[in-house]
Design a protein around this ligand. Sequence first.
Ligand code: ZN
Ligand code: ZN
Length: 272
Amino acid sequence: MGDAFAVTRPYLPLFRNVPAARPGVCRVCHWGPNERRPVREPYEMCASCRRTTGGVFRHTPHVVPISLCARRGDGAQLYDIVARQRDPASPPGGPDRSRFLAATLARFHRAHRACLTRAAGGEFTLVTTVPGTRTERPVEAFHPMPRVVGMVGDLTGLHRPVLLPGDSESALSRLARRESDERAFHVIGGVRGARVLLVDDLFVSGARVQSAAAALFRAGATAVVALVVARLVDPASTSASARNWARASAELFDFERCCLCTPAAGFLGRPA
Ligand SMILES: [Zn+2]
Ligand SMILES: [Zn+2]
């Protein structure tokens, strides 16, 4: 993926910078709940993450989205690629979805390897992806992320598909209700003592990522850091969301910053 810079460059307007944690920006998912129910602001951990990190064997406090996206409006192009499995629109002859996602992961990982490693408490020993579970997605197709990770030179050496979808119907229906359940995934192969970079394309509530992280911890992993391409947000859900989204949309996306290494200043979690 030596051309990650060139492949991603025409698409910078599709990305939105992810804010650093601060009051009103969740310390786990770097945004807030997607549901439109009353939330008390500013929060340290959002309502989604309180729900998806509770009740599991162990959760990961480290979720690193590369970009924000939205279902509608000016954040929807990235959502269409990531969640609806479309190829990027224009320019003609541009990359297909897999190549676009691989270039995005490659470029971000190269710039923020130190941030991710610090969160893991040491060098990663395993890279794996969250398998498809038929939840939170409009398209129930074959989950292409293993192929995407396989295209990223810096990740493919450590890549092993150790997670499989579980066969517990009750666990899968809990995922569909945006609750975590580690029985939604099986771990195959040894992960004892592993520091895992857990890659997924779309983060909605955290139920998928936290269930997968819990399954990995249960199987003996020491650390799990979730790297997700896009964190779906609902800009209209709260006043803080609306302000932070407007701010993210007004500035240029920068692959050189991430939610772990950017100072939180500027993102206002309290009413203006
Ligand atoms: Zn959260
Ligand atoms: Zn960083």
